[in-house]
Design a protein around this ligand. Structure first.
Ligand SMILES: [Zn+2]
Length: 424
């Protein structure tokens, strides 16, 4: 759903001006507050009593809590705690997030007050409000929550602390600890909430795989080639794939040991890969069904680098386009389909020529579509093994290719190998 629609929803629920709500919403979302959480905050700000609940909350075991509950009293062990800063009503606000467990299950929580929670504490949270996040119930610990630390500690069948492998991390995970090698790292200047600020971004790797990261408060320990232990990181979606966020509240320490970065890429069916909702570094094998429009020789806006049509950029108007090559190909393996996007280098490979060659061919034919046609002739109908980063959004599934190779095991080869096996 667009921000506009969310704002409209809220405005009509709360009976207030849409533009005002939209500005608040935009602010929260820009600072990486998940949309559901942002809406919940605004409901509180504008006084929607629905999560307040005046009934005395009942004591519940964690497995019994559902999204239909408004307020509950829970006793459990704090498995993880992580701090994160968000901007709320114009002020920076530190919230504590993590997971709570009892004998029956686990539940994520957000604490809006600093209750001094530590992993391993057994607590009773009286009058904790329940909200829905991604279809699951979550606990909100705030002003109206009475929180006590229990001296009798509860034994739960879950490990405390948030140690995790990169391959297991999912968007929305909080307070995670990882031990990683910094595979790739660059320093960038961005327009942050307080003007220009420097951040680090790149790729982490461990035995299980690789994931992109952003370090909002550059830690000197994080540099290309180093190995580090990071405590209290959180995972957020960026451009459709999970990303490790290292904040000012994260602890970064240099590791003495080496971390082997798993080179094994996960190979998946297209259908299963799309179902993950976005995955960094995945390999699929399928047939190219078609080369989409906007492939071959294209022009980009010199300002924003987006693809332009007939010299017109949607943002910058009449511009002198930059020539470029790209391919958007539909790849299908029977379980699903993705649009594979090839950059200029990979496009040159499948085209069998350079950008200069493509311009020459277009000039001779007096039609730049001939370049896409040539690429079509080269790849449509063949099977390819594609490795890259998959993002999934409302417009579909895009696989940004890092490698694009004709599959070696052609169906006929597989068939004869199978026959050989049968006959031997
Ligand atoms: Zn532009």
């Amino acid at each position: 759903m667009e921000l506009d629609n969310h704002a409209e929803d809220l405005a009509s629920d709360l009976g207030i001006d849409k533009e005002e709500v939209k500005a608040d919403l935009q602010n929260l979302v820009e600072y990486s507050v998940p949309i559901d959480e942002a809406k919940q905050s605004l409901r509180r700000k504008y006084g929607d009593g629905s999560s307040g609940g005046s009934n005395t909350p009942s004591s519940k075991e964690i497995a019994e809590i559902t999204t239909d509950d408004s307020n509950v009293t829970v006793t459990g062990v704090v498995l993880t705690t992580g701090k994160r800063s968000i901007r709320y009503q114009g002020d920076d606000h530190v919230i504590v997030e993590g997971r709570l467990a009892d004998e029956t299950g686990t539940i994520d929580y957000t604490a809006w007050e600093d209750f001094g929670l530590s992993a391993g504490d057994t607590i009773t949270a009286g009058n904790a409000s329940v909200r829905e996040w991604d279809g699951e119930p979550e606990l909100n610990l705030g002003e109206s929550t009475s929180l006590s630390f229990d001296t009798d500690s509860l034994t739960v069948p879950y490990e405390t602390g948030g140690d995790a492998q990169l391959a297991d991390l999912q968007t929305g995970d909080r307070a995670v600890n990882v031990e990683v090698a910094v595979v790739d790292c660059e320093r960038r200047t961005i327009d942050g909430r307080d003007g220009e600020t420097e951040i680090l971004s790149g790729v982490f790797g461990d035995e299980s795989g690789r994931l992109p990261f952003t370090n909002w408060d550059p830690a000197p320990e994080i540099e290309e080639g180093s190995t580090v232990r990071i405590e209290n990181a959180y995972v957020q979606e960026f451009r459709g794939v999970p990303e490790v966020n290292v904040s000012e509240f994260s602890t970064v320490t240099t590791l003495e040991r080496a971390v082997d970065v798993g080179v094994e890429t996960t190979t998946m069916d297209v259908g299963a890969a799309v179902a993950t909702g976005g995955i960094y570094d995945v390999e699929v094998v399928g047939n190219v069904l078609a080369v989409r429009e906007g492939s071959g020789l294209i022009q980009r806006c010199p300002e924003c680098y987006r693809v332009i049509q007939k010299g017109q950029c949607r943002t910058h108007g009449d511009v002198d386009g930059i020539d470029d090559l790209r391919v958007k190909a539909i790849l299908d393996d029977g379980t699903g389909a993705v649009t594979v996007v090839l950059d200029d280098e990979l496009t040159e490979q499948v085209y069998g020529g350079t950008l200069e060659d493509a311009l020459e061919q277009a000039r001779e034919a007096m039609d730049q579509e001939v370049v896409a046609d040539t690429i079509r002739e080269h790849i449509v109908g063949l099977e390819y093994r594609v490795r890259g980063h998959l993002s999934v959004d409302e417009y579909g599934a895009n696989l940004d290719a890092e490698s694009f190779e004709e599959s070696e095991d052609e169906p006929t080869v597989r068939a004869s190998a199978f026959l050989e096996e049968v006959h031997s």
